[in-house]
Design a protein around this ligand. Structure first.
Ligand code: CTP
Length: 423
């Protein structure tokens, strides 16, 4: 076990899932690791310092201003004495404070002062998890290099159902093991950009390669004018970020967008559909390929090398030729076809019917259909509502932030990679 002989600083936040942190302490001990705990004030409402201390076999720290605690071990030393810092449960409040860099109690001070990697196990009500503020904080934490395990989907203590249940102690311990794995074990995960950048080296997609296309393509008319579309790239970029977060080695082929490159992802910037196809072919092989780009269907035949000038005569006539269909090309590969090929369908009417047609015509395994009609605000917006269309079924997700849609879709694709079409 990689945690064997290592020290974990466990921050227990104030959520009902805190009881599972007691089991996490036992699991780490079982695997040969040592645990020292910080119990937040809210955490102490759910589990007692006595039970935490009995299981960890160490002093339980909770007060930034305690003379005895500070004399035993100063908060800076506490934050650095461990090999890894784990926050479980990571409540919405703790995540918000971490994202903001607040340090108004011992837990948040230690989290800000540490020079070690941090793993969080979020746990909260599903609405709190889906709230745009939490999504923003999660994105900030990921960008800061914080690793995330869970949350799981299921019934919650509050009676609601959805994502927000803290990951099981065994899964958190597995993530700890992977994060503390010595160098050769990390290398064994493959040529993983995410791992190299230290952002996510664990997760169910570790060792898998994922290819994502995103954004619009831009088809030049002349050196200053072009044909394009309103795609923002938000959904494709979020998918790439989610796959990297689950440990995959991700290549993102992106048309021109106003978004930063997602952390832990190799991003290749292209303009035209033909360049996108070439970049995709170069990026193969991949286990999973997701074609989220809004590829321009046509390009201008005979692009002008000089700026077209107005003249007294009639306006110029643009003659268009069809672009290659990147999705259909890759889905139809005889050799080297990715195990799972996913397309998107942007529709303004007959969404499911058209998506079924695309599934057949393009030869992919799944189509993610979305209604981009005017008034939906999907194209360029921060939210999406999608239908997952496979040959035998249609599963609809509610309207959610694109980051949450990405997380859910990547989990589903991960299941399909492991279990096949029955998942
Ligand atoms: N796609 C592609 N290459 C193209 C056109 C589309 O890879 N030249 C992919 C998109 O990335 C998406 C899927 O095909 O995954 C469907 O794209 P969409 O624009 O909805 O469909 P089209 O094939 O363009 O059909 P239509 O314009 O008739 O709706």
């Amino acid at each position: 076990m990689s945690v064997a002989g290592k020290r974990v600083l466990l921050v227990i936040g104030g959520g009902i899932a805190a009881y599972k942190s007691l089991e996490l302490i036992r699991e780490i001990s079982r695997r040969g690791g040592a645990v020292r705990c910080i119990l937040t004030k809210a955490g102490a409402e759910f589990v007692t310092p006595l039970s935490v201390g009995s299981l960890s076999g160490d002093t339980v720290y909770s007060d930034l201003f305690s003379l005895t605690d500070e004399a035993a071990m100063g908060h800076i030393e506490l934050s650095r004495s461990a090999d890894l810092v784990v926050v479980a449960p990571a409540t919405a409040d703790l995540m918000a404070k971490m994202a903001q860099g607040l340090a108004n109690d011992l837990a948040t001070t230690a989290l800000l002062a540490t020079d070690k990697r941090i793993l969080i196990a979020p746990a909260m009500n599903v609405r709190m998890w889906e709230h745009p503020a939490t999504r923003r904080n999660l994105a900030t934490l990921r960008t800061d290099g914080v690793s995330v395990v869970g949350p799981d989907e299921g019934e919650m203590a509050c009676g609601e159902f959805g994502f927000g249940r803290m990951a099981e102690p065994k899964s958190i311990a597995d993530a700890i093991d992977a994060l503390l794995a010595p160098g050769p074990a990390l290398l064994a995960l493959g040529n993983n950009t995410a791992t190299r950048q230290g952002i996510a080296s664990v997760g169910p997609l570790a060792g898998k390669s994922v290819l994502v296309t995103s954004g619009p393509t831009l088809e030049p008319i002349d050196p200053v004018r072009f044909l394009s579309n309103r795609s923002s790239g938000k959904q494709g970029h979020a998918l790439a970020a989610s796959a990297a977060q689950l440990g995959a080695s991700v290549t993102l082929v992106s048309g021109p967008v106003a978004l930063p490159d997602p952390p832990g992802v190799t991003t290749i910037h292209v303009e035209t559909a033909q360049e996108m196809l070439a970049a995709v072919e170069t990026a193969l092989p991949a286990d999973l390929a997701i074609f989220c780009a809004a590829v321009a269907d046509w390009r201008v035949a005979g692009e002008s090398s000089q700026k077209l000038k107005k003249s007294a005569a009639a306006p110029p006539t643009l003659s268009l030729v069809q672009n290659p269909d990147i999705l259909a090309t890759i889905a139809g590969l005889k050799a080297g076809r990715p195990q799972l090929v996913v397309g998107f369908a942007a529709e303004t009417e007959n969404v499911i019917e058209y998506a079924r047609g695309k599934l057949r015509r393009k030869g992919c395994d799944l189509i993610i259909a979305n209604d981009v009609g005017s008034g939906t605000g999907v194209m360029g917006g921060d939210e999406n509502a999608v239908h997952i269309v496979s040959p035998g079924s249609v599963v609809s997700l509610p309207r959610l932030p694109k980051t949450e849609i990405a997380d859910r879709l990547i989990r589903l694709f991960t299941d399909r990679l492991v279990k096949g079409p029955s998942a």
